[in-house]
Design a protein around this ligand. Structure first.
Ligand code: SF4
Ligand code: SF4
Length: 284
């Protein structure tokens, strides 16, 4: 494609983004603007918001929320692809990203997300799983939930438990997986193994702070859009929320209409335990 048609395409995309942003009242993220590289973060925030709003318009429906979420995640993936896959540590040693297909020690961490991701994921699973596959998934979700009720909030955060979407080492919802799964990464698989197998030790998994930071403006944009639409923007636990979306009739349509359909998947006690644990370990 020639340079002229590329810049024309970019201008058209920018115009569409401006039109989308004019449809709802979004707060300006002052705190992001104050960070180093604040201009880029604010730009990411606005682009992510525009991507979400464009199919959703003035009145969200289940389908438009799913499409907005798909576009927003696609944008996050594009940002992540631009980042280097090696990192120079303080000691001058260069480390390479350790993640590869089939490596799945990290599929044991706690995963949370907001409702639009759950709608996207549930739709993807409905379209791709056959009847026995769906029955098996519902059984694994049920077993995971039954185990959760026996755990303290801190154990829910720190105890490694395999995600019910992981089958033979691979994620069966990969294209629609939550942002946590897209941005989690490590420069040492050994640290991931210890994190998953040695409860209570919780080593530091070496990560790139820039890669982790990518999620912030995108999450903030999503939350701001949901708030502007008057929809639930709470962080939900993946497993109970997905079970609701797959088993409750019209869960998506009810969510888009403003019902508190995902209330049972909201665990402020677990979020509090995670925040305290991170603060205790100097990570907050
Ligand atoms: S985060 Fe750790 S466990 Fe997950 S893919 Fe990367 S190296 Fe493997
Ligand atoms: S949703 Fe997929 S990628 Fe995320 S933890 Fe579960 S199996 Fe792993």
């Amino acid at each position: 494609m020639g340079k002229q048609s590329q810049s024309k395409k970019q201008r058209q995309a920018d115009q569409r983004a401006q039109q989308s942003l004019s449809r709802i009242q979004l707060p300006f993220p002052e705190d992001l603007a104050d960070e180093s590289g604040g201009g880029t973060l604010v730009d990411m925030y606005l682009r992510a918001a525009a991507a979400f709003i464009e199919p959703t318009g003035d009145k969200p429906t289940e389908g438009s929320l799913r499409e907005g979420m798909r576009r927003l995640l696609q944008q996050l993936d594009e940002y992540l692809e631009l980042l280097p896959t090696s990192l120079r540590l303080a000691e001058g040693v260069r480390r390479h990203l350790a993640c590869k297909k089939g490596c799945n020690w990290c599929c044991t961490i706690r995963v949370s997300c907001t409702a639009p991701t759950i709608l996207l994921l549930a739709d993807y699973l409905r379209r791709t799983l056959d009847e026995p596959g769906m029955a098996a998934l519902l059984g694994r979700l049920q077993a995971h939930e039954a185990q959760t009720v026996t755990l303290t909030p801190l154990e829910v955060v720190l105890k490694a438990r395999m995600c019910p979407l992981n089958v033979e080492g691979l994620c069966i919802g990969y294209p629609a997986r939550p942002m946590t799964c897209r941005t989690y990464h490590s420069y040492s698989v050994q640290a991931c193994i210890e994190d998953a197998t040695e409860y209570g030790k919780q080593p530091m998994v070496p990560m790139d702070s820039v890669r982790m930071m990518m999620r912030t403006p995108v999450t903030r944009a999503l939350d701001a859009c949901l708030d502007a639409y008057g929809l639930d923007s709470r962080e939900l636990e993946l497993v109970p929320a997905l079970k609701i979306a797959l088993t409750e009739p019209d869960a998506g349509a009810r969510y888009a209409a403003g019902d508190d359909v995902f209330g049972p998947a909201n665990r402020p006690d677990v979020r509090e335990a995670q925040e305290k644990d991170m603060a205790d370990r100097g990570l907050a």
